[in-house]
Design a protein around this ligand. Structure first.
Ligand SMILES: [Zn+2]
Ligand SMILES: [Zn+2]
Length: 347
């Protein structure tokens, strides 16, 4: 075991504080990563505050991690000391079920192991990326292409893959019309990726406040959902709507914006139920769907796609002692568009 610096939540109601945690010894198939940058995801905040269920404290969160390989186990073949690597939302799964065998570890039928606040297969509670080091099995470590600026790469590991996966699955591309609901951490990545895939991209945001940003990031159109004319003007328009908002919206209003055979996919996670009226679906043979992060092969595919297309998240680099303030700003939608912690400030 090795003790490393970290920023942890001592309880659901207290601010995060600097501390030290233990990382396991590097096993035969493990990689020790010296973390350089970690993104702040909305899920981190829900988790430490116990909003997604009770957790064990102290808890270190962070599942948008990039760093450099510092040591490898004796049987590691996929990564070498000095490699630029990333870790996303998953650090383990059963590896045997049909979904794992198909490279969709996020849908592991025996339960995947999240990067933080999950019980790993050795019985320990996983601790995330707000830390100087992490030990991860080589199969859950991604390669981060050199052309992606390192200080911007971390948010690809959650916000990037969470939006890439549904866009790829529902075949966003030339000739398709994609709407992105919400212009936050996930939404701004959905805009960039859908645009790079060749789709016509429309942002549906509460107001026009971030309109200039949206158009600059690749959106073709930008509408305010607070304007009731928007829903009339865009009726039967889209092939795919990606909803990144984690607050309850009227799903029927959005379903009616889909054309024949269109799909509304949920990637945000509102704790409330989202009621849907049958006629909003059957009227144009529409689908209401959900999508969760991405598997390891698809996450690598997304990183390579972003490198090829010169895509990186818009980020604001912060020091570790700013995390609690950053949380308040995330909750107030006051970030353009992802906070990234400079882990050098934790060393
Ligand atoms: Zn996340
Ligand atoms: Zn499995």
């Amino acid at each position: 075991m090795v003790r490393v610096n970290a920023y942890a939540a001592p309880s659901a109601t207290e601010p995060l504080v600097p501390t030290t945690i233990e990382r396991r010894d590097v096993g035969a198939t493990d990689v020790l990563i010296e973390i350089r940058y970690a993104g702040i995801c909305h899920s981190d905040i829900h988790t430490v505050r116990g909003e997604w269920g009770p957790i064990t404290y102290p808890q270190v969160v962070g599942h948008e991690i990039v760093g450099v390989v510092a040591e490898v186990g004796s049987e590691v073949t996929k990564h070498q000391v000095g490699d630029r690597v990333g870790v996303g939302c998953l650090v383990n799964s059963c590896r045997e079920c049909e979904n794992c065998r198909a490279g969709m570890e996020q849908y592991c039928l025996n339960g995947n192991v999240g990067t933080y606040a999950s019980v790993d297969r050795d019985g320990t509670i996983t601790q995330g990326g707000y830390s100087t080091h992490v030990v991860v099995d080589q199969d859950f470590v991604l390669r981060v292409p050199e052309s992606i600026p390192f200080e911007k790469a971390a948010p690809l590991l959650c916000a990037g893959i969470t939006t890439y996966s549904p866009l790829a699955h529902w075949k966003a591309g030339p000739g398709t019309r994609v709407a992105v609901v919400g212009m936050g951490g996930l939404g701004h990545m959905a805009v960039k990726i859908a645009h790079a895939m060749g789709a016509t991209v429309t942002v549906l945001s509460q107001s026009l406040k971030k309109r200039d940003d949206g158009l600059a990031l690749g959106a073709d159109e930008y509408y305010a959902t607070s304007d009731p004319d928007t829903f009339a003007a865009l009726k039967n328009r889209f092939d795919l709507i990606v909803n990144t908002v984690s607050a309850p919206l009227d799903m029927d209003d959005y379903l009616r914006l889909l054309r024949l055979n269109g799909t509304l996919v949920i990637v945000g996670a509102p704790p409330e139920e989202l009621p849907v009226h049958a006629f909003a679906l059957s009227g144009q043979r529409r689908s209401f769907a959900g999508s969760g992060i991405g598997g390891i092969p698809e996450t690598q595919e997304m990183l390579d796609f972003c490198a090829e297309h010169g895509i990186a998240p818009e980020t604001e680099l912060i020091s570790a002692d700013y995390i609690n303030e950053a949380y308040e700003r995330v909750l107030g939608s006051d970030v353009r568009y992802r906070f990234v912690i400079d882990i050098a400030t934790l060393a």
